[in-house]
Design a protein around this ligand. Structure first.
Ligand SMILES: Nc1ncnc2c1ncn2[C@@H]1O[C@H](COP(=O)(O)OP(=O)(O)OP(=O)(O)O)[C@@H](O)[C@H]1O
Ligand SMILES: [Mg+2]
Length: 482
C-alpha cells in the first residue's frame, strides 16, 4: 500500500512536472526553430527580389535595348531556377514571365502580391500548400514607370526546410525522452531505496507489534532510514526488556502472594484437624493467620497503589502531618522482624518538629518500603541505621544499611518499575518505584547511594511546611471543626 502511494505521489508531483516542463521547452524550441528556418528562407527570397529590383531598374534606364526582352531573358536564364521559381507580375497580378517555363495560370490568386501592394515595405509573404507541396512565396512591388511590370515574385518549395525542421524536432523529442528515461531510472532507484526499506520497517514493526520482540532490522545506510531502523531496534529491545520484566513481576508477585497463603492454609488446616482444642496452637495459629492476612492486604494495597500510579489515578489526601511520627511507626513495625533476622536496627528519635503537607499513609508507605529493603537486602549481623534531621528547611531522612549493596550499573534503574537488581531475594520490584513517585508528588527527592558488597544509603528529602502555611492550615482546621 505504502509502495503504491509514494510512487503514485512521485508520478503525479515530480515526474508530472518534469514531463510538462520538457514538453513546454520542446514546443517552444520547435516553434523557435521553425520560425528561424522560415525567416532565413524569407530573407533569401527578399534579397533575390532586391537584386532583381536593382537589375530591372537598370534595364529600364537603358534605352538602347528593349526592356521587356531584357526582363524576359533575365527570368528565363535565372541562375537559381533549379532551387526556386522567379516570376514577373503585371499590374493586375497576372504572371507575365516565369523561370519554370510553364504556362502561367491566369486564375492564380496571389495573396502575397495583394499584401505587397498595401504593405509599407512593398513586400508580401505567403506560406501554404500548392498542389502536393508546401511552398513559400515572396513578392516585391517594383517601381518601373512606363512598364507593365509591377512586381517580382519568388516561390520556393519548403520540402527540404520542413524536412530539416522535422529532423531537428525529432532529435529534440528523442533528447526529451532520454532525459525522461534518465529521470525515471534515477528516481525509481531513489524511490526504491526508500520504499523497500520502509516496507521492511513496516513488516518488522508489525512483527514487533504481534509480540515478536526479537525481530530486528539491519541498518543499511547511515541516513534517516538507518536512524529509523536504530530507533525501531531500540524500541523492540526496550519492549522485550519490559515484557521480560513484566513476566518476572507476575511470577514474583504470585510467589509473594502464595507464601502467606500457604501459611494461612497450613495453620487453618492444623486448627481444623485439631478441632481448636489446643488453646496454645489456636492462639499461635490465629496470630499467624492474622499477621499473614495483614501482609497480604498490604501487598495488595501496594499493588493497587502501583496500578493507580500507572494510570495516573493515585490520589493523595494532603494535610498537615508529622513525617517523623510516621518514620517512628515504620521503624516500630520492623523492630520485631529485624530482631528475628539478626539485624541491628538503630533509630534515635530526635526531638525534631518538621511538619509537612502530605499524605500520612503514603509517606509511611515510603518509609516502610525503604526500611523493608534495607532489612531484606542485609545479611544477619548487619546494621540498619535510620536517621532524621533538618537541613536548610528540609527534612532529610536517611536509611543506611551494611547489606549487599547495588552494582553501579543497576543503581540508575532500581527506581524503575519491576526492576530487580537481585533475584535471590524475594520482591516484586515496585517498592522503590512507588516510593519515588510518592516522594516526588510531595515535592521531595529520593536518592540512592550504594557500594556493591558494602551497603546502601537511601536519602529522602521533604520540604518542611512554611510557618504561615502551617498557621493557615491550623486555622482552617479549627474553623472546620467549630
Ligand atoms: N537497601 C538495598 N540494598 C541492596 N539492594 C537494594 C536495596 N534497596 C533496593 N535494592 C535493589 O533495588 C531493587 C528494587 O527495589 P524495590 O524495593 O523496588 O523492589 P523489591 O524490593 O525487589 O520488591 P518490592 O519492594 O516491590 O517487594 C531490588 O530488587 C534490589 O535489587
Ligand atoms: Mg522493596
Amino acid at each position: 500500500m505504502a509502495i503504491k502511494r509514494i510512487t503514485r505521489r512521485w508520478l503525479f508531483n515530480s515526474f508530472g512536472v518534469i514531463v510538462v516542463i520538457i514538453l513546454v521547452i520542446e514546443i517552444a524550441a520547435a516553434i523557435g526553430i521553425a520560425n528561424y528556418y522560415y525567416n532565413s528562407v524569407r530573407q533569401t527570397l527578399l534579397s533575390r527580389a532586391d537584386s532583381a529590383n536593382i537589375v530591372f531598374t537598370r534595364y529600364a534606364e537603358d534605352k538602347t535595348q528593349d526592356f521587356q526582352t531584357q526582363v524576359r531573358d533575365y527570368v528565363i536564364s535565372f541562375p537559381a531556377k533549379d532551387k526556386m521559381e522567379m516570376m514577373v507580375l503585371a499590374e493586375d497580378g497576372k504572371i507575365l514571365y516565369t523561370s519554370s517555363g510553364f504556362e502561367p495560370d491566369d486564375k492564380t490568386t496571389l495573396d502575397d502580391f495583394r499584401q505587397a501592394l498595401v504593405s509599407p515595405d512593398r513586400s508580401g509573404y505567403y506560406v501554404g500548400q500548392m498542389g502536393e507541396e508546401r511552398v513559400m512565396a515572396v513578392t516585391m512591388v517594383l517601381s518601373l514607370p512606363g512598364s507593365n511590370i509591377s512586381a517580382v515574385r519568388f516561390l520556393v518549395s519548403l520540402a527540404y526546410v520542413d524536412r530539416q525542421i522535422a529532423w531537428i524536432i525529432s532529435g529534440l523529442v528523442v533528447l526529451g525522452c532520454v532525459i525522461l528515461l534518465l529521470v525515471l531510472f534515477s528516481s525509481s532507484y531513489f524511490i526504491n531505496s526508500i520504499v523497500n526499506p520502509v516496507g521492511e520497517v513496516g513488516e518488522t514493526a508489525r512483527r514487533i507489534a504481534q509480540g515478536d520482540f526479537r525481530a530486528r532490522l539491519t541498518k543499511k545506510n547511515d541516513d534517516e532510514i538507518g536512524e529509523l531502523c536504530d530507533i525501531i531496534n531500540y524500541m523492540a529491545e526496550e519492549l522485550g526488556a519490559a515484557e521480560t520484566m513484566k513476566n518476572d513481576f507476575i511470577s514474583s508477585v504470585s510467589h509473594e502472594l502464595r507464601t502467606p497463603l500457604t501459611a494461612i492454609q497450613g495453620w487453618g488446616e492444623t486448627i481444623l484437624s485439631d478441632g481448636g482444642e489446643d488453646k496454645e496452637t489456636l492462639q499461635k495459629g490465629m496470630k499467624v493467620i492474622l499477621s499473614e492476612t495483614e501482609r497480604l492486604s498490604s501487598m495488595v494495597e501496594e499493588l493497587l497503589d502501583f496500578s493507580r500510579m500507572q494510570s495516573g489515578r493515585l490520589k493523595l489526601i494532603m494535610s498537615r502531618m508529622d513525617p517523623v511520627a510516621e518514620l517512628s511507626e515504620a521503624v516500630m513495625m520492623y523492630t520485631e522482624r529485624a530482631k528475628r533476622d539478626g539485624i541491628h536496627l538503630i533509630y534515635e528519635e530526635g526531638d525534631i518538629y518538621a511538619p509537612i503537607r502530605g499524605d500520612k499513609n503514603k509517606i509511611r508507605q515510603v518509609f516502610v518500603n525503604v526500611i523493608d529493603n534495607a532489612i531484606k537486602y542485609s545479611d544477619p549481623g548487619g546494621t540498619v541505621t535510620v536517621n532524621a534531621e533538618i537541613v536548610q528547611n528540609k527534612l532529610v531522612i536517611t536509611v543506611s544499611d551494611t547489606g549487599i549493596g547495588i552494582k553501579e550499573g543497576d543503581l540508575g534503574k532500581v527506581k524503575t518499575k519491576f526492576y530487580k537488581a537481585n533475584s535471590t531475594r524475594r520482591g516484586s520490584g515496585i517498592g522503590l518505584a512507588v516510593a519515588d513517585e510518592i516522594v516526588t508528588r510531595h515535592n521531595g527527592t529520593l536518592d540512592i547511594q550504594s557500594q556493591y558488597g558494602k551497603g546502601t544509603t537511601v536519602t529522602i528529602t521533604l520540604p518542611i511546611m512554611k510557618k504561615q502555611d502551617e498557621l493557615a492550615e491550623i486555622n482552617d482546621a479549627a474553623e472546620g471543626t467549630s
